[in-house]
Design a protein around this ligand. Structure first.
Ligand code: DAH
Length: 363
């Protein structure tokens, strides 16, 4: 090979290399091209190793030709590398760009579950008459749930409630013995079957005048269907003062029913039986489905019972530590589930605890 041929090979190699560099579309491709031409095993290196075949006098001139070309190619690699890096940066910035003018994601608005919603409504209405809330535990003693409410052991009235008895945590045994026990037996624990034990707890804790509402979950060993749950919600009402009469109870319950079911809704008292009240009543409203003409929702009677009530039994008053000669009181207890079903036309109380969002979003 002579010098001229060598020189034209060099220029051809340079031109090919420059085109290949321009064609490299990403940093990896670029490094590949660079090493194919300029690397230790690259084409330029290979070409220059043929220098030995030239006459000795030509060799320095080859160097003089080759060096600027190598420099030119090195510079071209550097320029292309920089360009590709800046393209990569632009791409990344474009991907990470936040369009602050884009409309936000719509937030769905939550709503209260119908049970607390109804409970709040009950508290709102009765709160206007001075009733305040009072918490009472869900795990109760047999004594508070039954005995002190005038339902002795083995009394047939116990059959009204199928009870879920539980083993107490060891540390709670101490609390139980601190209550005045009418029996010497160790206390039996249960999941409260109603909120009525709150009456005893409240009377022992505060002096009249008492006006309170005790809300919460209650439990019974029930076969579950559309109108029976083994877990359900009640609100207990209690008023104790001097000179409290059944007329106060009637007036209050009328106001309550009218606030929840409309000012024109007829109401009535029916005789009832509860061991802890005397006399006892069932409080009915005219059927909200048929307005009194009789339908399947009201058993063709035209009326629906929404709560039980009565005048606090003297025995219960005494068990609460109050003198029944001096104080009188009334109490009432209602199922929140039932009131919520009537207010919202919900046919099956199992829906309350099913956690189905389609149900919850509609209420
Ligand atoms: N505790 C009763 C029940 O669960 C409801 C009840 C009736 C509560 C009459 C009362 C009352 O306070 O006076 O069925």
């Amino acid at each position: 090979m002579d010098l001229e041929a060598f020189s034209s090979q060099l220029t051809a190699l340079r031109d090919r290399a420059l085109t290949a560099l321009e064609d490299a579309v990403d940093p990896d491709a670029l490094e590949e091209v660079a090493s194919a031409y300029l690397g230790r095993k690259g084409e330029l290196t290979a070409l220059l190793s043929g220098i030995g075949a030239l006459p000795a006098a030509d060799r320095p001139r080859v160097g003089a030709l080759a060096n600027p070309i190598r420099q030119q190619l090195d510079a071209a690699v550097a320029t292309r590398r920089e360009r590709l890096n800046s393209i990569a940066l632009e791409v990344r910035l474009a991907q990470e760009r936040i369009d602050v003018t884009m409309p936000g994601r719509a937030l769905t608005r939550g709503s209260l579950h119908p049970i607390p919603e109804t409970y709040r409504e009950i508290v709102r209405v009765l709160g206007r008459f001075g009733f305040v809330t009072f918490d009472s535990p869900e795990v109760e003693t047999d004594e508070l749930n039954f005995q002190l409410l005038n339902i002795p052991a083995d009394h047939p009235a116990r059959d009204l409630w199928d009870t879920i008895y539980v083993e107490p945590p060891a540390s709670d045994a101490a609390t139980a013995t601190s209550l005045e026990a009418p029996t010497v037996e160790a206390p039996r624990w249960l999941l409260r079957t109603h909120t009525s034990p709150g009456q005893i707890r409240a009377m022992r804790e505060m002096r009249p005048p008492i006006r309170l509402l005790t809300p919460g979950r209650c439990y019974r060993h029930e076969a579950v269907d559309a109108s029976h749950g083994f877990e359900f919600f009640q609100v207990e009402g209690l008023m104790v003062d001097e000179g409290t009469t059944m007329a106060h109870l009637r007036g209050l319950l009328d106001e309550f029913a009218h606030a929840l079911f409309g000012a024109e809704r007829p109401t009535r008292f029916r005789p009832g039986y509860y061991p802890f009240t005397e006399p006892s009543v069932a409080f009915d409203i005219q059927c909200v489905v048929c307005d009194g003409s009789g339908c399947s929702a009201c058993g063709r009677s035209g009326w629906m019972t929404i709560l039980g009530a009565g005048m606090v039994h003297p025995v219960v008053m005494r068990n609460g530590g109050l003198d029944p000669e001096r104080y009188q009181g009334f109490a009432f207890g209602m199922g929140i589930d039932r009131i919520a079903m009537l207010r919202h036309g919900i046919p099956d109380l199992r829906a309350f605890l099913a956690d189905d969002l389609r149900f919850l979003e509609r209420s």
